[in-house]
Design a protein around this ligand. Structure first.
Ligand SMILES: Nc1ncnc2c1ncn2[C@@H]1O[C@H](COP(=O)(O)OP(=O)(O)OP(=O)(O)O)[C@@H](O)[C@H]1O
Ligand SMILES: [Mg+2]
Length: 500
């Protein structure tokens, strides 16, 4: 790709980007939220038309006027926001747009068979080709996207933050697939905010900043982290976790008390307390019940046993309305499905749960609404800080900030955070951590779920380790380290005698 330029109304997303990818290499694309990574690969996928610039494919200039034109050339894309059809089956999604799917019963059988073999090749034979895509987990849906990509003859496969929805062992599986593809000479463009992944599988790195390539073709293994981060952010960022400023009052009455809460088939009875100002982390793999626990506390799922007590008063179970009224807030994991109105402005999304505050006598104080939203998005370094724009026009990481801004504004007693930094870049992360800590220091009780262990260990005061729906260990964060937690989530071995 040479000199690729692309503008959206009011934003220049790409300003003359060059990208060169060789057969069999893993080319990593790095850059902060909003740098233009997804836009660049959408141009390559034929989903966006560039305003200017050229694409040369296997030595020839090409015009990729539609996604099917790109697919026909052997370019497959796994998008950041997965684009599957939820009410169709796995096999139908995999063969969407193929001639295979266009005719009758026999073809359907064939499509299922082909899908089954692709899914096994991807290490997930347990996914049924007949299952509805909408019923799969985010990780499962991503495997389906991957199967769809591989159902064509592919020479280049683009993965936009694939690891954001995966567990450590699924990431390993992904890396195995990537290695197999590149061994066959397939090129991979890999986008991730996790530098350690780039080190593991990357060959070369191109760094985008504000729609420009500020470095192209750097060696992925040997370029120093500080150099990469400096290229991305234009400054040195120390990745840090804020210390608590006030000592935690261990004798304070818990704000949140979870007593014997359970959901059959999802998680066994859990007991936990969160005191004012305390951050409690839930560590465990995807599927260990972390998100389910959070959603049950929030009333979005009805427990089969146990209860949630807020400030000494039991909450009506299975009622989000009751939970929100009592002062609970949940920043959910899948922002698109559960959190955001994509067509509405960021302002409206941020103020959504606080609207009564801005209405008097049936009138909405639009100016007040805007000012309040802008203050919160400013704190979170929303980029561009123009909250009047529709959410869907923001990059993935910036959409996540909008979800958080909503709960910051609402002023909750208890904040339930599910993967708060998913897709958020290194520069903005420290700011987000500082904000979460600041909320706690103001007396908010925080219950945090994250797949990133350093995040749980760095941010939380106390950590509960979950395995297959069971709490296997509880300890102050400072008594744990990554390898110990990993042992626990993998093995779930009970604590050896005599250990603190
Ligand atoms: N459809 C659109 N309409 C208007 N602006 C858009 C649209 N798509 C992207 N943009 C803008 O283009 C810029 C680049 O966005 P892009 O999604 O490419 O960023 P990114 O590097 O993928 O970020 P992230 O790491 O958060 O995914 C951003 O300022 C974004 O707001
Ligand atoms: Mg993106």
């Amino acid at each position: 790709m040479t000199g690729i330029t692309k503008s959206f109304p009011g934003v220049r997303a790409l300003a003359g980007v060059d990208l060169e990818v060789a057969p069999g290499e893993v080319h990593c694309l790095l850059g902060q939220n909003g740098a233009g990574k997804s836009t660049l690969i959408k141009v390559l996928a034929g989903a966006h038309q560039p305003d200017d610039g050229e694409i040369t494919w296997q030595g020839h200039p090409v015009t990729l006027s539609s996604p099917s034109a790109a697919t026909a050339k052997g370019i497959a894309t796994i998008y950041q926001e997965l684009d599957l059809v939820p009410h169709l089956s796995v096999a139908e999604n995999v063969h969407l747009g193929h001639e295979l799917a266009t005719a009758g019963f026999i073809r359907a059988r064939e499509a299922e068979r082909a899908t089954r073999s692709l899914l096994s090749r991807l290490g997930h034979p347990e996914i049924s080709p007949r299952a509805l895509v909408g019923e799969l987990s985010a990780a499962g849906q991503q495997i389906v996207s991957m199967a769809r990509a591989l159902s064509h003859e592919v020479r280049l496969i683009v993965m936009d933050e694939p690891s954001a929805v995966l567990d450590p062992d699924e990431v390993e599986n992904l890396f195995r697939i990537v290695a197999e593809l590149t061994a066959d000479g397939v090129a991979v463009i890999y986008i991730s905010h996790r530098l350690e992944e780039i080190r593991r599988i990357g060959d070369r790195v191109t760094v985008l900043k504000d729609g420009r390539a500020v470095a192209g073709g750097l060696p992925a293994q040997s370029t120093a982290t500080r150099d990469i981060v400096a290229l991305m952010t234009g400054r040195d960022v120390e990745y840090s976790f804020p210390r608590r400023t006030e000592p935690l009052d261990e004798s304070a009455e818990p704000v949140l008390r979870v007593e014997g809460l359970a959901r059959r088939g999802e998680f066994e009875p859990v007991d936990l307390v969160v005191r004012p100002g305390e951050i409690v982390g839930l560590a465990g793999l995807v599927g260990s019940g972390r998100s389910e626990i959070l959603e049950t506390v929030y009333g979005a799922r009805k427990p089969t046993a146990g209860r949630v007590v807020l400030d000494g008063k039991p909450l009506r179970t299975g009622s989000v309305v009751a939970a929100v009224k009592a002062g609970l807030g949940l920043a959910p994991e899948e922002r698109k499905a559960q959190g955001l109105l994509m067509m509405e402005s960021v302002t409206r999304n941020v103020t959504l749960s606080s609207l009564p505050r801005f209405s008097t006598g049936g009138w909405l104080d639009r100016e007040g609404e805007r000012t309040a939203a802008r203050a919160r998005t400013g704190e979170l370094a929303l980029h561009p800080n123009d909250p009047e724009r529709a959410v869907r026009t923001f990059s993935g990481g910036n959409q996540q900030k909008a979800v958080l801004a909503r709960w910051l504004l609402r002023g909750c007693r208890v904040l339930l955070l599910d993967e708060p930094t998913r897709g958020v870049d290194v520069g903005a992360r420290s700011e987000l951590y500082a904000l979460i800590r600041q909320l706690a220091d103001q007396g908010v009780a925080v219950l945090l779920v994250s797949s990133e262990l350093p995040e749980v260990l760095g941010l939380a005061d106390r950590v509960l380790v979950l395995r297959e729906g069971r709490v296997v260990h509880t300890a102050p964060a400072e008594q744990l380290d990554e390898s110990r937690v990993l042992d626990l989530v993998m093995e779930g071995s009970p604590e050896p005698e005599g250990r603190p």
